[in-house]
Design a protein around this ligand. Structure first.
Ligand code: HAM
Length: 419
C-alpha cells in the first residue's frame, strides 16, 4: 500500500512554497514596523500547560489535542496554539524583569484533531503576536491595527474586524449566573459535554459545535450586556482608538472565542473561504493567563492568523503575486572540460545574485535545451571546447531562441542588464 501524508496535513510543493515565503515575509515586515520581535519555542509541551492555559473545558483540550506519553512516562502534547507556550516562555525566561510591554511574534505549526472539511487541518500554521505588560486599551487598538494593516498590505482591503468584550472575572460572575439559568431551561436538549460544561464553565456552551447547542446558544444572554464599569470604559476607549487608527471594525456581541484565557476584548476577522465562513484571524486580551500558569500577574493580548486560510483567501481573490523565476540561467555543457568551466561560470553568476543551475546529467545539447525550456530559464549559457579556447560562450535567450557570443568575463554584467 502506498503511504500517504496523514489526514488533515498538507505538503507544500515548489508551486506554492513561494506564496508561503511571500506571506511570511510580509508578516515579518509588519511585525518589525510595529516593534515586535520573533520567538521560537518547542512543537510540544507538557500537557498540563494547555490544560491550565487553554482550559480543561474547551473543545481544544477535551477533544482536539494530540497527547501521548513519552518513553519517560511524561504526558506530552503537540501545541494546539501558541499563546500558552509564549506565556510559559515569558515566565521561564524572567521576561517580567524586562522593559514593558514586551512585543513578541511567532510563526508556528499547530495541531488539532478536527474534522477536516474545507479550511480545517489537523496540522496547520499560524502567524501570532503576543503583547505582555499593558492593560491599556491603546495596546488592544495597536494589536488590532497591526492585524488589520497586515491584511491591507496583502491587498485585502475589504476586511472588517469583528470586536466584542467578554468582561473580566468581576462582571463575569453575574453574567455566568444568568447564562447558567438560561441553559438550565434547555438542559435536556444539550449535548452530554455541554451538560458537564453547565456546571463547570457554562460560557463554553456558547462555543459548542453541536447543532442543537448552537441553536439554543443563539438566544442566550450576551457578555457585553453585563460589563462592569471598568470593562465598559475599556471597550469604549478601544473603539475610539480604532477609529483614530483608521481600522474598519464592527461590534459582534456573539464572539466568545474557543479558549478559556480571554478577558475583556476579543476579536475575529472572518471571510468566506471555499464557500464557508471561516475565521482567518482570532485574538483577544488575557489578563489572567500568566498568573494561571504560575507567573506573577501580567496582562497580555494577542492574536493568531491561520496561514492556510489566508493563502486560500488570497488565491480566491487573485492576490497571489507571480512566482519568481528560479533558476534564471542554465549552463549547458559539452564535454568534461566544459563541465569544469561551468562550475566557474555558475559561481560567478551566483556571486552576482543570478540564480543558476548547470547540466548534471551529460545529456545531448538538444535535451539540455529542452530541460532549460521546461525550467522556464531566461537564458542558457552554452560552452564547449571551442568557446573555452576563445574565452567566450554562447548566450541563448530562451524566450526568443536568439543566440549571441559573449565574453565570459562580461557574462554576469551582460545577463544582469537583460533580466
Ligand atoms: P484560534 O482562534 O483558535 O486562536 O486560532 C487562530 C486562527 O488559526 C483561526 O482564526 C484560524 O484562522 C486558524 N485555525 C485554527 N484552527 C485551525 C485548523 N484546524 N485549521 C486551519 N486553521 C485553523 C488561537 O489559536 C489563539 N492562540 C490566538 C491568540 C493569540 N489569542 C491571543 N493571542
Amino acid at each position: 500500500m502506498k503511504i500517504q501524508a496523514p489526514k488533515g496535513t498538507k505538503d507544500v510543493l515548489p508551486e506554492e512554497s513561494y506564496i508561503w515565503q511571500y506571506v511570511e515575509s510580509k508578516f515579518r515586515q509588519i511585525c518589525k514596523l510595529y516593534g515586535y520581535q520573533e520567538v521560537r519555542f518547542p512543537t510540544f509541551e507538557y500537557t498540563e500547560l494547555f490544560q491550565r492555559g487553554v482550559g480543561e473545558t474547551t473543545d481544544i483540550v477535551q477533544k482536539e489535542m494530540y497527547t501521548f506519553l513519552d518513553k519517560g512516562g511524561r504526558s506530552i502534547t503537540l501545541r494546539p496554539e501558541g499563546t500558552a507556550s509564549v506565556a510559559r516562555l515569558f515566565i521561564e525566561h524572567g521576561f517580567a524583569s524586562r522593559p514593558m510591554p514586551q512585543r513578541l511574534y511567532y510563526i508556528i505549526s499547530a495541531f488539532r484533531y478536527e474534522n477536516t472539511q474545507g479550511g480545517r487541518y489537523r496540522e496547520f500554521h499560524q502567524f501570532g503576536i503576543e503583547n505582555f505588560g499593558s492593560k491599556s486599551p491603546v495596546t488592544d487598538a495597536e494589536i488590532i491595527s497591526l492585524s488589520y494593516n497586515f491584511f491591507v498590505s496583502l491587498g485585502l482591503d475589504n476586511i472588517v474586524v469583528n470586536i466584542n468584550s467578554i468582561g473580566c472575572p468581576v462582571c463575569r460572575k453575574d453574567y455566568v449566573k444568568n447564562l447558567k439559568e438560561y441553559f438550565l431551561g434547555y438542559y435536556d436538549k444539550l449535548c452530554p459535554t455541554c451538560k458537564q460544561r453547565l456546571d463547570k464553565n457554562p460560557m463554553r456552551i456558547l462555543d459548542c459545535k453541536e447543532d442543537n447547542c448552537k441553536l439554543i446558544a443563539q438566544d442566550a444572554p450576551k457578555p457585553i450586556e453585563y460589563l462592569c464599569d471598568e470593562c465598559k470604559t475599556h471597550f469604549e476607549a478601544l473603539k475610539g482608538y480604532l477609529d483614530a487608527a483608521g481600522v474598519c471594525y464592527r461590534v459582534d456581541p456573539y464572539i466568545v472565542r474557543g479558549l478559556d484565557y480571554y478577558t475583556k476584548t476579543v476579536f475575529e476577522i472572518v471571510d468566506v473561504v471555499l464557500d464557508k465562513e471561516l475565521a482567518i484571524c482570532g485574538g483577544g486580551r488575557y489578563d489572567n493567563l500568566i498568573e494561571q500558569i504560575g507567573g506573577s500577574s501580567t496582562p497580555g493580548i494577542g492574536f493568531a492568523i491561520g496561514v492556510e486560510r489566508l493563502i486560500m483567501l488570497l488565491s480566491q481573490k487573485g492576490l497571489i503575486p507571480q512566482k519568481p523565476q528560479v533558476p534564471q540561467v542554465f549552463v549547458a555543457t559539452l564535454g568534461d572540460l566544459a563541465t569544469k568551466k561551468a562550475f566557474e561560470i555558475a559561481s560567478t553568476l551566483r556571486f552576482e545574485g543570478i540564480s543558476t543551475v548547470i547540466e548534471e546529467l551529460s545529456r545531448s545539447l538538444k535535451s539540455q535545451m529542452k530541460y532549460a525550456d521546461k525550467l522556464g530559464c531566461d537564458f542558457s549559457v552554452i560552452i564547449g571546447d571551442d568557446e573555452i579556447e576563445k574565452g567566450v560562450c554562447k548566450l541563448r535567450n530562451m524566450k526568443t531562441s536568439s543566440e549571441e557570443v559573449v565574453r565570459i568575463e562580461s557574462l554576469a554584467q551582460y545577463i544582469k542588464s537583460k533580466i
